[in-house]
Structures are given as structure tokens and as C-alpha cells.
Design a protein. Structure first.
Length: 404
């Protein structure tokens, strides 16, 4: 009888839960002041969530979009609601804990991360986040234990070894920190944060001669969290201009011109008169081999702001690439009048000279750029390249390149 009664009670509770209204969607207080592209994107996701109000996955995706666009209070509500609505994966709980830390509740975040690692011990990103949170709290010993779990469960993940090394370093155990950090660097030689920590550990262990190179290779870098399914999808939710500019810079550096142009084209749709968006779109078109389109895009902006140096330099590069040397020259000369102490102005002068076949003038312009920005390694290398290939002066090239 008791068993039947208990089963009936569970059925009633479940029925009531299903019949109760779903939690309302959070609306940011400053929604009207958000970037228009961010606002449009969040509106679309909110409509999707409202169309299926009991779908925990849609609620979680809205939360992730809130989070990556800096709206952590609303994100926290969505992550909690996703779990209530039946999303049983560890990701909503993980990001609910992250949101607590972002909102200043580090102790609450640690408590939730500890619970999550007990409920889902095989979910390694939670262990790594726990280690980072404990380091932020100053509890290096418990952080080391969390990072040890990462190294045990995901031995090929360099961030676990780097975190363990950092925790031991903060415990004052520099000698014990060296091994894990060396292993982290072996797993990923390009992990700058691990190399910097290794340099610190070597120096603290009295191995200064070995420390210098590692410190220089990773100065100022810190260990980021271990990737998870949502963090890897986060880029698609970033609709603020600074985030999109960072994405397009990376894509252009990798030669993914069409992907970069697609992002900038969408940004331009929401910001049709934004000078920075227009300038970046024009620069990307030029790099992608479409300088005529770049000029057509940027010239109306120059008509409105004829003395805007960044627009002038971008237009000059596009014109030179389009073999319009005279047009490029006008833009460059005006930029030089307005900003004679700007290194980029002299780089533009060099590019204009190269387009006209004036290698010596290009070298002189780059030399001035180097004098104005001596810490810019790329300028030294570009100057050395002209000396070597254009002017056949390898000695000068090696001297400049070596100093760079």
C-alpha cells in the first residue's frame, strides 16, 4: 500500500510540474541600449525559446548567447531554467557555476563546481574550472588536487598539467612544478601560458639560465579554461563588434577571406555608417583581392570624413592594389600631412612606392616607420625583406632583421 501511495504521489508531483507554467524568459534591463546586432540575435533566440517553452536545450542556448555577450545575470537564470526543464547534461550546471563567478560569487561557484564533479566525475572541463576557481580563491592545495584529476582523466590535455604546475608553484614547491609544466609544453609547444609558468618555476628553482627563454616566450599569458562543447560553439553567439573584429582578424590571418567577409558583411548590415566596420570591410576586401569593391565601399565615408587618417590609409592600400597609383598617392600624401608621426602612414608610403617600382623610396619610408615604432617586429622584417630582395643588400637586411 505504501509503495502504491508513494508511486501515486510521484505521479501527482510530476503531473503538477508538467502543468505548471514554464519559467518566463529573462529580459535584460538595458535591452534597448544593446548593440543592434546583439539585440536582433538575442530576440531571435528568445523567440525560438518562447516557441518551445518547455525545451531546456533552447533555454540553454539563449543562456549561452546571453553569457558570451556579457549578460551574465540573464544567462544564470537561463542555465538554471534549462536544468529545471529537463536538460540533464552537465553543461547547464557548469555554466551556471561560471555565471556565479562572473557575477562575483566565487565561493558559490566553487561549491557548485564541487557538486558537479561529484555528480559527473567523468566531465573533465568541470574539474579544470574547479581548479582555476580554487586558484582564484588562493587555495592552491585543493586546486592541485582538481588539476590532478584532469591529468588522470585527460592526460593529453596540456591545461591540466599546466594548472597542476601553477598550483604547485603557488604552494612554494617550484621543484615539483617544473615536471608538470615541462610536460604541458611537450604536449603543446605553442602554449605560451605554460611556457611562462615553466620559466617562473625554473627561475624559482635556481635554473635562471634555462628560465629566460621560457619567460620571454609567454610573458603576460594566463591559462584559459579547458574547452567544452559550448565554449567551442561560443564564437557563433558573439555578435558584439569587438568580438567580431577579433574573429575576422584571426580568419584573415589564416587566409579564410570569405568567412571573414561574411561576418563583416553581416555587421555592416546592422551598422551601415559605422566608420570602423566600413574600414575593416574595405581592408578585408583588399586583402581578398577585391580592391575595386573596397574603394567603392570606402569612398562615401571619405566624402563625409575626408581627414580621417585610418580611412585614408585603407583607401590608399586599396588603390595601390588596384594599380591606381595616382589615387593611392593622393590618399597617402594627405595622410602624411595629417599624421606624420604615425608609423602606419610611412608603411602606406612604402607600399605606394613599391607599387610604382621605387624600391629605394620604399626602403626609406619603412626605415622611418621603424624609427617611429621600434618595437614592431613586423616592420623590421618587412624592411629587411626589401633590403634583401629588392635592393640586393643582404648585409643591411641581416642587420635590420637581427635587430628586429
Amino acid at each position: 500500500m505504501v509503495g502504491v501511495f508513494g508511486l501515486g504521489l510521484v505521479t501527482v508531483v510530476t503531473f503538477l510540474a508538467l502543468r505548471s507554467p514554464p519559467p518566463p524568459l529573462p529580459v535584460p534591463a538595458q535591452f534597448g541600449q544593446l548593440d543592434p546586432q546583439v539585440r536582433a540575435y538575442l530576440t531571435q533566440l528568445a523567440q525560438d525559446a518562447a516557441a518551445a517553452p518547455r525545451n531546456g536545450s533552447r533555454r540553454a542556448q539563449l543562456g549561452l548567447a546571453f553569457a558570451v555577450n556579457g549578460l551574465w545575470a540573464e544567462a544564470q537564470i537561463c542555465f538554471a531554467d534549462a536544468t529545471k526543464l529537463g536538460d540533464r547534461s552537465p553543461l547547464p550546471a557548469l555554466y551556471h557555476a561560471i555565471s556565479r563567478q562572473e557575477l562575483g560569487d566565487l565561493a558559490g561557484s566553487i561549491s557548485e563546481l564541487q557538486d558537479l564533479t561529484q555528480k559527473h566525475p567523468g566531465f573533465v572541463p568541470a574539474w579544470h574550472r574547479l581548479g582555476l576557481a580554487l586558484l582564484a580563491q588562493g587555495d592552491a592545495a585543493r586546486a592541485a588536487a582538481a588539476f590532478s584529476e584532469v591529468t588522470h582523466r585527460a592526460p593529453g590535455e596540456w591545461r591540466g598539467w599546466a594548472g597542476l604546475g601553477e598550483a604547485r608553484l603557488k604552494e612554494g614547491q617550484a621543484n615539483l612544478a617544473v615536471g608538470p609544466l615541462q610536460h604541458a609544453v611537450q604536449l603543446d609547444p605553442l602554449a605560451r601560458s605554460a611556457r611562462y609558468l615553466l620559466g617562473q618555476a625554473l627561475r624559482a628553482s635556481g635554473r635562471s639560465s634555462e628560465a629566460g627563454r621560457e619567460l620571454a616566450a609567454g610573458v603576460g599569458e594566463t591559462i584559459g579554461p579547458m574547452p567544452d562543447e559550448w565554449s567551442e560553439a561560443a564564437l557563433g553567439h558573439m555578435k558584439g563588434l569587438p568580438d567580431q573584429f577579433e574573429q575576422t582578424d584571426s580568419l584573415l590571418a589564416e587566409g579564410q577571406f570569405q568567412a571573414a567577409l561574411a561576418i563583416l558583411q553581416e555587421a555592416l548590415r546592422f551598422h551601415p555608417t559605422n566608420r570602423t566596420v566600413i574600414q575593416r570591410m574595405a581592408a578585408a576586401l583588399t586583402v581578398a583581392g577585391r580592391p575595386q569593391e573596397a574603394l567603392a565601399l570606402i569612398q562615401p565615408s571619405l566624402a563625409r570624413e575626408p581627414d580621417q587618417v585610418e580611412l585614408l590609409l585603407t583607401a590608399a592600400h586599396a588603390a595601390a592594389t588596384a594599380d591606381q597609383a595616382a589615387v593611392a598617392g593622393r590618399y597617402v600624401q594627405r595622410a602624411k600631412e595629417l599624421a606624420p608621426q604615425l608609423a602606419e602612414t610611412h608603411v602606406a608610403l612604402a607600399n605606394w612606392a613599391l607599387a610604382k617600382g621605387q624600391d629605394q623610396e620604399a626602403a626609406e619610408a619603412l626605415a622611418q616607420a621603424v624609427r617611429l615604432a621600434p618595437q614592431n617586429v613586423a616592420l623590421w622584417l618587412q624592411y629587411g625583406d626589401i633590403q634583401w630582395h629588392n635592393l640586393q643588400q643582404p648585409e643591411e637586411s641581416v642587420d635590420r632583421g637581427g635587430r628586429g
